[in-house]
Every structure is written in C-alpha cells, then in structure tokens.
Design a protein around this ligand. Sequence first.
Ligand code: NAD
Ligand code: ZN
Length: 356
Amino acid sequence: IDVKSRPNLALWVTKDHKIYQKEESYPACGPEECVIHVKATGICGSEIHFWKTGRIGDCCVTHDIILGHESSGQILEVGSSVRDLQVGDRVSIEPGVACWECDMCVRGRYNLCPKVVFSGTPPSDGTMRRFVAHPARFLHKIPDNMSYATGALIEPLSVAYNAIRRASPYLGQPIVICGAGPIGLAAALCARAAGASPIVITDLEQNRLDQAYSMGFRKTLKIELGWDRLTTAAKIREVMGTACLPQLAFEATGAASSINSACYALEDGGTLVQIGCGKPDIEIPLMSMGFREINIITSFRYQQSWPVVIRLAAEGVLGDVDALITHTFPIEETVDAFETCVDRSQLAIKVQIVDE
Ligand code: NAD
Ligand code: ZN
C-alpha cells in the first residue's frame, strides 16, 4: 500500500509538561518545499527541557507544538519550483530555516538570522512526525551507503563541527572537552578528526565517561563538584600526561561548575569554546579569566555544515558516529523513547525514533 496513506503520527508537547502522540493531516507541499517521509529522528536534550520545564531561556512553550529537529528521510513530493531534488532522494534535514535576506544571512552567518524558523522550537512545529514539509534549500542529500540513522546524526554533529571550526584545533594540540553527552562526544569525534591529541573528556557521571572510553577516548576524568583550580589542574595534567595544561577547552554541559572546571583546566592564555547552554545568568570568573588572558569563543548551532559533515561521516573521517546511538524506537513508541531519555537506569546517549 501507498506509504502516504499511513497515519501521520506526530509527537506534541504541551505547556503543562505533557507529551502525547496524535495524528496530523498529511502536509501540503509548497512550491519551494519537499514533503519527506521522516525515517529517523534523534531526541535532543532541549526537547526534554521543553517537556519537563516548558522553556529554554526566553523560548517558552505557550501552546501545543510538534517537537523534533534531528531528522532524515526520503522525499515523497517535490514542490513546483524545486530543481535539485527528486522523489525518492534520501536527505538529512537542516532544521534552521534562515530568511536568506538579512545582513547575517547575506554574510553567511545565517545561524544568527533573527528571523530563523527552527523546527520544533516554539512557536514552530518540528520534524517528529511521519510526514513533514520542509524548504528544499535546507534539505541535503545523503549518499546511498549512509543510513537514515546516521543522516539524523548530522544535526548534533553539526553543532560539534561548528564549534571545532570556530576554534581550529591543530594536529597534536592537547584539548579538554567538558561533558560526555551527545554534544561533548560529537565534539570529541570532530576534534579527533581534526588532529587534536591528547583529548581529555570530563563528566560528573562515570557511565557517560564509560561511553567515551568505548568510543576510543581513553583519557577520561570524573570531575567532582567543589574541586578548586589547583586540584582540577593537577588532575587534568595527570590524565593528560603532558607537562603543560591544554590551551583549548570545549565546554559542552552549560553547567556553571563545568564552565569553571574548563577555565581551571586551561593554561594561561588559553581558549574556552562555550557550546553548552545553561541558565541565562551564569556567573563566570571573568576577572580571573581576564588576569589570565583566557579567550572565550561561543558557538551557536551551525551554518554551512551539512554538506561537509555528511561527507566527513560518509568517508569515515569522524570514526564510528553511530556509536552515539544507544536506543532506537519505532515511531509508534515515541513517548516511550522520551521516557527512556529521562530514565537514568537506561544510560541513554542518543535515542532515535525510526520508521521503515
Ligand atoms: P546532555 O545533558 O545529554 O549532556 C551533558 C553532560 O554533561 C552529561 O553527561 C552530564 O553528566 C554532564 N554534566 C552536567 N553537569 C556537569 C558538571 N557540572 N560538570 C561536569 N559534567 C556535567 O546534553 P547534550 O545534548 O550533550 O548537550 C550539551 C550542551 O550543549 C547542553 O547545554 C545543550 O543545551 C548545549 N547545546 C548547545 C548548542 C549550541 O548551538 N551551542 C546546540 C545543542 C546543544
Ligand atoms: Zn536572515
């Protein structure tokens, strides 16, 4: 039977912290859009936040919306103005649809577009449904030998790639990555591919560090809350096995204590790349960072990353990216997939929802 006749199951979040699945109508295809049969979607920590707290910063769930922004799928329909894509093409979805007209877009920094429409972020509906329409400009073909699961990892890998590109670690450069969640691990994969070495990964949770270890990152450090600068620096040096502290640290938790650890782990004159997003009013030791000439680089989502990251993943340059995926659920069990993310006994890193 025709795939389009299947129910368009969608995952909704409410402002009072509930998630539910409900059938949506089949999407209309605009002239510059394609309709995609979504085959794989990852659950992101931000979605857990929208569910459990109803907001991220100023971005609030004010009415029911469909979540999802880490997706890949197959094209079912092509809009009348679309030239480069065809029915049957396998694509990864870039979820941040920029306006393409403002200064930031024109300058290529379209991740900073003030008019961006980002899938699954209030007030926009997302990709966590069987069928979705999406602008063709933000669909990227994946090679035949790339799975849809990998295609859905291009989003978190792009977050990591953008951060790595902004700091350009060089061959043999020692680095620290704070946080061994999907983003920290993706950053580790990108940094390793860029040549950074040794790479020390820190986290509060041993099971997250075990995952890092199994992905080939053998220098892990279980941070304890309350370590001061001397203790942190000594532990980092010990694990790293180098005389000096690293000049580059990637922070991928957003927690104040971890930002502090990252600063403590750095050599004077070093650079902190802040990827993690935490509370809006985090205190950082700015004055002592100033006395030590610590640079801060921020990194927001991504721009012009999909084609490169697809190529890097397809060619194996990043190593085994699929190792990030710990759980897979069929689309009918999307609510269970979300429950798995918050069940600490499940040791989930990246949970994906798939549809054949
Ligand atoms: P996650 O919650 O799955 O992983 C975070 C990891 O940090 C966990 O393993 C946790 O144990 C560890 N951690 C938490 N507090 C810590 C502390 N005080 N010290 C040491 N480790 C600590 O999150 P994720 O999906 O990997 O995302 C990581 C961060 O990146 C989040 O803050 C997220 O909001 C942010 N993010 C940023 C962008 C961007 O564009 N800059 C994009 C996506 C995600
Ligand atoms: Zn714009």
